[in-house]
Ligand binder design. Structure first.
Ligand SMILES: NC(=O)c1ccc[n+]([C@@H]2O[C@H](COP(=O)([O-])OP(=O)(O)OC[C@H]3O[C@@H](n4cnc5c(N)ncnc54)[C@H](O)[C@@H]3O)[C@@H](O)[C@H]2O)c1
Length: 275
């Protein structure tokens, strides 16, 4: 998708971090932008800031709730008459041992990170299908390609987003060839995702309380994210260029693919004939 000017983008998790970076970039490209977020205060602040760059609609949305995503789509079409680019980007997650994670935390993480993306793709598909050209960008993570400890709900959700997006790329190439689809897989990016628990549902036990043994690990990861993470403007720049090139995978940190290749080697070794 090369021509963005005057088109309409919807960005979930658009009040902060990567989503706000995408919204900023889309506005500077001359797009009209809908930002969706479940944090009312952040949404209002972001909308006021972004309105200096162009036409913005802010819609309070819980992406884990299909009816709320439908209301977002209705509001976008009511205001702008179309949607051409959908970024299913809202996400939550942080380090915790499996043995300390309760049901509410699993449901919250998979609800936002995986069902949020599924609802977005399903609800917006008929609207995207009506346009001459459209694109869906689903935010996963390098975690969608990697495994390891302390991040099981997050990794499971992001592997699901990778799998969903690859399935859609296969099906839509035939069924809706005018809709491009990509999965965005960043590693460390400079955002305030460390505050993700502020809007967690009742029943989620804060990680610091449920699993204090990982406090040092979490602090280290959060410092790396904030101090060494890629700026969100670099992610947004890559997304715009990848849509123009009709890529299906967007890797802002390609050096991490070596870790994925190591995993493939480890798994392949398990297929050796047994003694
Ligand atoms: N920051 C990183 O290092 C990094 C790395 C890889 C992937 N990601 C992914 O990038 C995406 C954006 O994260 P970020 O780092 O910009 O974090 P962020 O916390 O800055 O932004 C996430 C936004 O999503 C919103 N949100 C949370 N739950 C929601 C819900 N139920 N409905 C609607 N909005 C909701 C939050 O209010 C917030 O504004 C996430 O999917 C995250 O998993 C981030």
């Amino acid at each position: 998708m090369r021509e963005l000017k005057n088109r309409v983008a919807v960005v979930t998790g658009g009040a902060n971090g990567i989503g706000k970076g995408l919204a900023t970039r889309f506005l500077t490209e001359g797009m009209r932008v809908v930002i969706a977020d479940n944090d009312r205060g952040d949404l209002e602040r972001a909308a006021a800031e972004l309105a200096r760059l162009g036409e913005v609609l802010a819609v309070r949305t819980d992406v884990a709730d299909a009816a709320s995503v439908q209301a977002l789509a209705d509001a976008a079409v009511d205001r702008f008459g179309a949607v051409h680019v959908l970024c299913n980007n809202a996400g939550v997650g942080g380090a915790q041992r499996f043995s300390t994670i309760g049901q509410a935390t699993w449901e919250w993480t998979l609800g936002v990170n995986l069902f949020g993306v599924i609802h977005g793709c399903r609800v917006f598909l008929p609207i995207l299908a009506e346009q001459d050209e459209a694109y869906v960008v689903n935010t996963a993570s390098m975690s969608g390609f990697l495994t390891g400890g302390y991040l099981t709900p997050y990794n499971v959700s992001k592997a699901g987003v990778v799998s969903l997006t690859e399935g859609l790329a296969f099906e839509w190439a035939e069924e809706f060839p005018h809709i491009g689809v990509a999965v965005l897989c960043p590693a460390y990016t400079a955002t305030a995702i460390r505050h993700d628990e502020r809007n967690a549902p009742p029943g989620h036990v804060p990680r610091a309380q449920a699993d204090p043994s990982l406090t040092g690990h979490r602090d280290k990861v959060n410092r790396t994210i904030e101090q060494e993470g890629l700026p969100v403007s670099a992610i947004a720049d890559l997304v715009v260029r990848a849509m123009a090139a009709r890529r299906t995978h967007i890797f802002p940190h390609p050096e991490w693919l070596r870790t994925w290749a190591d995993r493939v080697d480890r798994v392949t070794a398990q297929a050796r004939p047994l003694p």
